[in-house]
Design a binder for this molecule. Structure first.
Ligand code: FO1
Length: 307
């Protein structure tokens, strides 16, 4: 039987796992619940980085070296913007702009984000279900030694250099799960937490109380793919952030972060892992499609064992 799988994801690592799952599951059996805490308005445009990284990755359009945006992108807009003295800390490629302009226009017309994203996925031949975690605004904000920073200011403008003291999610207490999110968790055979940054990319999703509760209540085993490889993060600021938060950079900390509903964990190679949860081991570095498929298979197998 083909299990119904729901995966909570954000960032590049998450998109790679979803790509691997897409290679082994029927599209109708796969749902991605995507972080929207990174979303922000820039020049009035609605930017949804983690949704866009997933759309680009799954449709083969992703810029693999940058980890965001499109392969073969051109930058005429940015050149023209700079000539006019516009803010240029956040790069908007010419092709990428089409996504932001179309999404912004349709949101302004009152369409829900989940419908817009569903249309984009279908336009690009993707059969899985991609759900934003919420249609309501939830803004990740990082309290640092250089003051309170909106997520993209921290991540892009300051290149994650400021030391983090705390992360919060403005709007989470009133944000509702997007349509279909609770069902996707409650009715899944398996729920996976992608190897995304737990504090920056998964916590915004968990900050929506009904989603966290659904993870606790679901009969599906919840398996976490560790974002750490040999005690370091593969990409992005995970290890640096953990150290700044005074946390040991290891899988015990990751497991403690997800305790209460995590049933098992996929860890890299021989990395130390908590002794009190079922663990599956594999090389969790996902360079190519084969890697992504392998990690997806290992995560799925562990979860199905735990049913
Ligand atoms: N990341 C950067 O480091 N520099 C950029 O100029 C940049 C532009 C950008 C434009 C659209 C988009 O969807 C993502 C973009 N990102 C950029 C990545 C983005 O900050 C991250 O993908 C997420 O917010 C963190 O996962």
């Amino acid at each position: 039987m083909s299990p119904k799988v729901t995966v909570l994801t954000g960032g590049v690592g998450g998109a790679k796992l979803v790509e691997g799952l897409g290679a082994i599951l029927a599209p109708a059996d796969l749902t991605a619940v995507v972080n929207t805490g990174d979303d922000f308005r820039h020049f009035g445009l609605a930017i949804s980085p983690d949704i866009d990284t997933l759309l680009y990755t799954l449709s083969g359009k992703a810029n693999r070296t940058l980890g965001w945006g499109r392969e073969g992108e051109t930058w005429s807009f940015m050149a023209a913007l700079r000539s006019l003295g516009g803010e240029d800390w956040f790069n908007l490629g010419d092709g990428d702009l089409a996504l932001h302009v179309l999404r912004s226009a349709r949101l302004a017309g009152g369409e829900p984000l989940s419908r817009i994203v569903g249309d984009f996925a279908r336009q690009w031949g993707l059969g899985l279900t991609i759900l934003p975690m919420s249609e309501d605004p939830v803004e990740t904000r990082v309290d640092t030694d250089q003051g309170l920073l909106a997520f993209q200011r921290y991540f892009v403008e300051h290149q994650c250099r400021p030391a983090v003291r705390a992360v919060d999610f403005v709007g989470a207490e009133t944000a509702r799960p997007a349509p279909g999110v609770i069902e996707a968790i409650a009715c899944a055979d398996v729920v996976l937490i992608a190897p995304s940054n737990p504090w920056l990319s998964i916590d915004p999703i968990l900050a929506v109380a009904a989603i966290r509760q659904a993870l606790i209540d679901t009969r599906a085993p919840v398996v976490v793919v560790s974002p750490l490889v040999a005690g370091k993060a593969v990409k992005g600021p995970t290890a640096k952030l953990m150290a700044e938060l005074g946390l040991a950079v290891n899988n015990h900390t990751i497991a403690a972060h997800y305790q209460g509903w995590m049933a098992g964990m996929v860890v890299h190679g021989e990395d130390a892992a908590p002794g009190d949860v079922p663990v599956a081991r594999t090389d969790t570095l996902m360079h190519d499609r084969g890697d992504r498929e392998r990690v997806a298979r290992v995560a799925l197998a562990l979860a199905l064992d735990l049913r």
